[in-house]
Design a protein around this ligand. Structure first.
Ligand code: NIG
Ligand code: FE
Length: 424
């Protein structure tokens, strides 16, 4: 299949983009891409590729933008129920961490999730994945973290593995057993941290080998925050995870600066996420590492808070920056990377080109998948979008609407347009 006549083909070629180099789109005007066996087989201008592959079936991109599929590197995809009641409280002024300390927040979703069957969890998660896919996400990270006990955490992984298998949207798995201290350990958080280290992680390793042998080991993540896990507990958990062969992630500096970002850099984590109140020293530590700073602008927006990830400081320091939705029921129930980009442009002052790179090639690097997804280069997976616009600058400028017209996932073409219709 030859996809041709793209007004702008955004290749994002050349690997992850550090610091001020962020935003190099690698544009080919009147671009074309040859897709064979789920992969990208050739990239060039329409003229070049038509001449080289005259007998290939074609798809006309109709003078629209052709770009890599979005990679969403931070979501809490699987949970049961909702927290609409808490949204009202938060808008009336109750802080997020106060609701958590009172046994609500994450813990209220934990109660709903623990009692939900595998089938219910899958049924509630499917429409979220469909919305992600329709909005152009072709690969999404997906965390557990609403079980906080081995049996439920493993049920969440089971649901995610099955959803990955049944859907065109690829999932990348993360174990977030250390998302909050469960109610039964309220009086002794260290006991729960110890349980994660000594019981849950070794069990996870064994379980993964039998239930997901063809998948790479999941990431292990920790919510390093006041009211969740201390820096020392985060270190214990991540050190054990690394020793067992799991790649690492961390939630750091969403509300308080505990030093989680520097810890992530020190331990070689793939990413440190949130980074709203990150210190200059932590920014420097990230900048000297391969740990990607993942900004989640939908989260302060979702909580109606004024502070966002200091993207300009991160870029000046020469750090790697990515953007994600953080899709979750408490702070950011939003499936659209286009919306995350719109916020990143306004509140983190990224240009549309920078935000697009942060949402594709750099997001792929935050999942350590930049060798196979996140750009349009020969040999990579054929995960692409045809937008309904002819200039990439429309991305981020327009919001609250879906600019994706076609999704190419592993070479298969999906159409988003349904058009107008009448019944009877
Ligand atoms: O990334 N910060 C911790 N975890 C989520 C929120 C989860 C929830 O409130 O359910 C986040 O914002
Ligand atoms: Fe999160």
């Amino acid at each position: 299949m030859l996809i041709h006549s793209a007004s702008q083909l955004l290749t994002l070629a050349g690997g992850p983009q550090r610091g001020k180099a962020l935003g190099s789109l690698g544009i080919i005007r009147d671009g074309a891409v040859l897709v064979r066996d789920e992969k990208i087989a050739a990239v060039g201008t329409t003229d070049e590729l038509r001449r080289a592959y005259p007998d290939e079936p074609t798809l006309d991109a109709g003078r629209c933008v052709l770009m890599p599929g979005f990679v969403d590197p931070h979501t809490h995809l699987v949970w049961a129920g909702d927290r609409a009641d808490e949204f009202e409280k938060k808008m009336a002024g109750t802080p997020y961490l106060d609701i958590l300390a009172a046994g609500g927040g994450i813990l209220s979703t934990v109660r709903a999730t623990r009692t939900a069957s595998l089938e219910t969890l899958m049924a509630e998660t499917r429409p979220r994945m469909l919305r992600m896919f329709r909005n152009g996400t072709t690969t999404a990270e997906a965390k557990t973290g609403y079980g906080l006990q081995t049996s439920t955490e493993l049920r969440l992984l089971k649901a995610l593995l099955a959803l990955h298998d049944e859907s065109p949207l690829d999932l990348v798995f993360t174990f977030l057993g250390a998302h909050a201290v469960p109610a039964e350990h309220k009086d002794n958080p260290q006991a729960y941290a110890d349980e994660v280290v000594n019981a849950m992680l070794p069990t996870l390793k064994e379980w993964w080998q039998t239930h997901a042998p063809r998948h790479a080991p999941p990431f292990v993540d920790v919510f390093c925050e006041t009211g969740a896990f201390t820096l020392e507990q985060s270190r214990q958990i991540l050190t054990q995870a690394a020793a067992l062969g799991f790649p690492l992630k961390i939630h750091a500096d969403e509300f308080d600066n505990l030093g989680g970002a520097a810890l992530a850099a020190e331990l070689g984590a793939a990413s440190a996420d949130h980074l709203v109140v990150t210190s200059d020293a932590d920014i420097q530590a990230l900048a000297k590492s391969e740990t990607v700073a993942v900004a989640l602008p939908c989260t302060p927006f979702g909580l109606a808070e004024g502070r966002y990830t200091p993207a300009q400081k991160l870029l000046e320091a020469d750090a790697l920056l990515a953007v994600a939705t953080d899709c979750n029921p408490g702070t950011s129930w939003n499936e659209s990377m286009q919306f995350a980009i719109a916020l990143a442009c306004r509140y983190m002052k990224l240009t549309p080109a920078q935000a697009i790179a942060a949402a594709t090639i750099n997001a792929a690097h935050a999942l350590r998948r930049a060798d196979s997804i996140g750009s349009i280069e020969v040999g990579k997976q054929a995960d692409m979008l045809i937008l309904s616009v002819n200039n990439y600058q429309q991305v981020g400028y327009r919001y609250g609407t879906n600019l994706v017209r076609h999704i190419v996932k592993r070479g298969q073409i999906y159409s988003v347009d349904v058009g107008y219709y009448r019944t009877a």
